[in-house]
Design a protein around this ligand. Structure first.
Ligand SMILES: Cc1cc2nc3c(=O)[nH]c(=O)nc-3n(C[C@H](O)[C@H](O)[C@H](O)COP(=O)(O)OP(=O)(O)OC[C@H]3O[C@@H](n4cnc5c(N)ncnc54)[C@H](O)[C@@H]3O)c2cc1C
Length: 382
């Protein structure tokens, strides 16, 4: 399955060169610092790598979905899940919500700078008491004559400390579950927003925040879409988020396998390179086949998504299988390195840690199975 044309390949080459020049030499420092520098956003934006699918009138390039696929794949192949998460958190989450559901005025105000990387955003849904169970969030947005007053807290938010704006899910009707959720855009500079960085197992280069909102006032115009439709918007966009996570997981798996093959061709034991041992060769054959099959499936879903089909079930399947495969690939690849695999000097240690988030973020594997079961067994439609 090939979803890429000649112009996509040119974009990929330009992005790859850019990453090798502007990101790879510094990525270890950014991993230690727990964040990426602000300057990299505008460099990304200036090169036209952000907002590829957003209309030119809002500062984007008006291109098709494979460009966003390439952005995800290439940022997933530089051994920093955190860097990729930061970019995708802005490009495929915050910006997409704004673009799909925001008013013309909000889009005109925020999207051009977002596409240029002069500002970047985050999506804040998860709360300390509600992750998988989105409908149970408690952050409230009380409507007044002048605007909304937001109170509550969020956790695990990618780009949550440093982003310039936040797309926040809050309850406009506290008596309702899913039917009472709305989305809002909060400028970072408004009084009442506090953020602190969380210390994580992996994804070190992305800032992940705990947020609190205390009497945060926003004008009515900062409501995204319609009141009480937020849950529906989140569910609708989960398909894209899950597809992006699936694509990233497979790209990272491919990268880990190639890196391992290189090592295995050089490492010797019992007088020969370890890539000559049949047991390891068969393991490689198995992983390479599974990656290839999953990649082909994911591309098929990318095509259907780009053509406007409903792919909720397929995206959940792609996310479930790709992220679980990635964990398996990283575990087995680390084993190929023996003791060196356990050392931070070798890239595979970080790949192993970063992969672990895949089966948790954007809906856990358990939630994916629940969703798929409902669609397959009970014939529920989303
Ligand atoms: C590094 C990182 C970055 C993140 N970035 C963002 C972000 O940018 N924005 C955002 O809003 N969120 C973000 N998240 C949050 C992420 O989406 C949630 O962690 C995830 O949805 C799980 O929610 P939870 O952590 O509350 O786990 P819980 O919902 O408490 O789940 C705990 C366990 O119970 C299981 N479980 C729960 N319900 C069921 C069920 N019905 N059936 C079977 N098992 C169940 C889960 O699968 C899991 O194993 C991020 C998380 C991390 C770790």
């Amino acid at each position: 399955m090939n979803i890429f044309r000649e112009e996509h390949h040119l974009f990929r080459t330009a992005l790859r060169d850019f990453l090798q020049r502007e990101v790879v030499p510094y990525i270890d420092d950014w991993e230690s610092e727990g964040q990426i520098p602000r300057s990299i956003w505008s460099k990304f934006g200036n090169m036209g790598f952000l907002g590829t699918t957003i209309a030119p009138k809002y500062g984007g390039s008006g291109l098709d979905f494979p460009y966003q696929v390439i952005l995800t794949e290439e940022t997933s192949k530089i051994n920093s899940g955190g860097f990729s998460a930061a970019v995708v958190g802005h490009d495929a989450l915050a910006m997409v919500y704004l673009n799909k559901f925001g008013s013309t005025r909000l889009k005109e105000q925020f999207l051009p700078a977002s596409c240029m990387g002069q500002s970047f955003g985050c999506l804040a849904v998860t709360e300390p008491h509600a992750g998988s169970d989105v409908a149970s969030i408690r952050t409230s947005a009380k409507k007044t004559a002048q605007g909304y007053v937001i109170n509550g807290s969020k956790t695990f938010i990618t780009n949550g400390v440093l982003s310039d704006y936040l797309i926040v899910a809050a309850k406009t009707d506290l008596d309702q579950q899913s039917a009472g959720i709305s989305l809002f855009l909060l400028n970072r500079t408004i009084p009442g927003i506090q953020a602190s960085a969380l210390n994580k197992l992996g994804w070190k280069a992305s800032d992940t925040a705990e947020l609190s909102f205390q009497d945060v006032f926003i004008p009515h115009e900062h409501l995204i879409g319609e009141e009480n439709m937020g849950f529906y918007y989140i569910m609708q966009n989960f398909a894209l988020e899950r597809l992006i996570l699936a694509i990233g997981a497979i790209a990272a798996s491919q990268y880990a396998l190639e890196y391992s093959l290189q090592y295995m061709s050089q490492r010797k034991a019992f007088g020969r390179s370890i890539n000559k041992f049949q047991v390891l060769r068969h393991r490689i054959a198995q992983l390479a086949s599974q990656i290839e099959l999953q990649k082909t499936y994911n591309y098929t879903i990318c095509k259907a998504f780009d053509d406007g089909h409903n792919v909720v079930q397929q995206c959940a399947m792609a996310k479930l299988m790709s992220t679980e495969l990635s964990d398996k690939v990283m575990t087995e690849c680390l084993q190929f390195f023996g003791g060196y695999g356990y050392m931070e000097d070798y890239k595979i240690a970080r790949m192993f840690r970063d992969s672990r988030l895949g089966t948790i973020g954007g809906g856990t594997s358990e939630i994916m199975r629940e969703l798929i079961a409902k669609m397959v067994i009970d014939k529920v439609k989303y």
